[in-house]
Design a protein around this ligand. Structure first.
Ligand code: ARG
Length: 293
């Protein structure tokens, strides 16, 4: 599938940092149960379309010079494509998710095995319900953490203890935005974009306090998962239809790359949900994780 050419903006020059992502081909993609308001098992899904959209996303990351490793899909675990939910990493320390719903519970061990087999030095399996980068987003040296639908607020404390970074809890209140990464995206080490109405009044005030210059999404862009975006510090991959967000980003110097993730949206996920960032430093990992192929 062809992907649209990147659209550059005006604004300051942004610098990309090479990234390393973990993705899982949606070879067994289906919507056979419903655990979020986007999932309608009675509606048809097309696995081949999901695979084509996913391959386009993967190719964009490769063309940008990023590394993509793959986790093998497991039959019977159709939500495995959403690798963002599998873990949270910082400096090579891995906190493997513990899923809220029984339908996804078995994914946790698949992630645990993947990380253990590749020599990541410290791998924890969370005690509390913790849906990885679905609800934990690293912004510079601070972690923003969602709660209200999936991740247990006690997992915020657990993660703070393990990673030694401050965790800021944010209360999600609209069931359509059940994971933090559906309502907020990290653009750079100190910049975010988000949809205020997805958060409680207190959490909205916290976000205004911490990020007074954040990009604010319209409800129209939020509803098409415009905030489920992946930034490398310069390029922002987001739904092609999120035109207002893209225009705001270009004004700030970002290069926007529009994608169609409509088939994967039937499971309640977009580009960011399909992308887990593997963060390690040369000092923390004696030998960097072995390349896949
Ligand atoms: N990072 C994300 N928001 N992932 C989307 C997960 C979608 C999946 N069907 C679930 O409800 O768990």
């Amino acid at each position: 599938m062809a992907h649209p050419s990147p659209a550059a903006g005006t604004g300051p020059h942004r610098v990309a940092r090479p990234r390393h992502y973990l993705m899982c081909r949606p070879g067994h993609f289906d919507v056979s149960y419903s655990i979020n308001p986007w999932m309608h098992p009675e509606k048809p899904t097309a696995t081949a379309v999901a695979v084509a959209q996913w391959e386009n996303l993967r190719q964009i990351f490769l063309d940008l010079g990023h590394r993509v490793d793959e986790l093998d899909p497991v039959p019977g675990l159709p939500d495995m494509v959403y690798t963002a939910n599998g873990a949270l990493l910082h400096d090579g320390t891995v906190v493997v998710a513990r899923f809220r719903h029984a339908q996804r519970a078995a994914e946790s061990d698949a992630y645990l095995r993947w990380f253990a087999a590749r020599g990541y030095p410290v791998v924890h399996q969370a005690d509390r319900i913790n849906e990885g980068e679905g609800d934990f987003l690293l912004v510079g040296r601070r972690i923003l953490a969602g709660f209200g639908f999936r991740t247990d607020p006690l997992a915020h404390h657990e993660t703070q203890e393990i990673l030694g970074l401050p965790v800021i809890g944010l209360h999600l209140t609209d069931p359509r935005y059940y994971h933090l990464d559906t309502a907020l995206a990290v653009l750079d080490d100190d910049e975010i974009m988000y949809y205020p109405a997805a958060f409680s009044p207190g959490s909205q005030a916290v976000l205004r306090e911490l990020y007074p210059d954040a990009v604010i999404a319209t409800s129209a862009d939020a509803e098409i998962f415009g905030l489920n975006a992946v930034s490398d510090g310069r390029h922002v991959v987001l739904p092609a239809a999120a035109v207002d967000l893209a225009a705001q980003l270009r004004k700030r110097g970002f290069v926007t790359i529009g994608v169609d993730m409509s088939e994967l949206l039937k499971g309640g996920g977009g580009a960011k949900c399909c992308t887990l960032e593997l963060r390690y430093s040369s000092t923390a990992c004696a030998s960097p994780p072995a390349p896949e192929r």
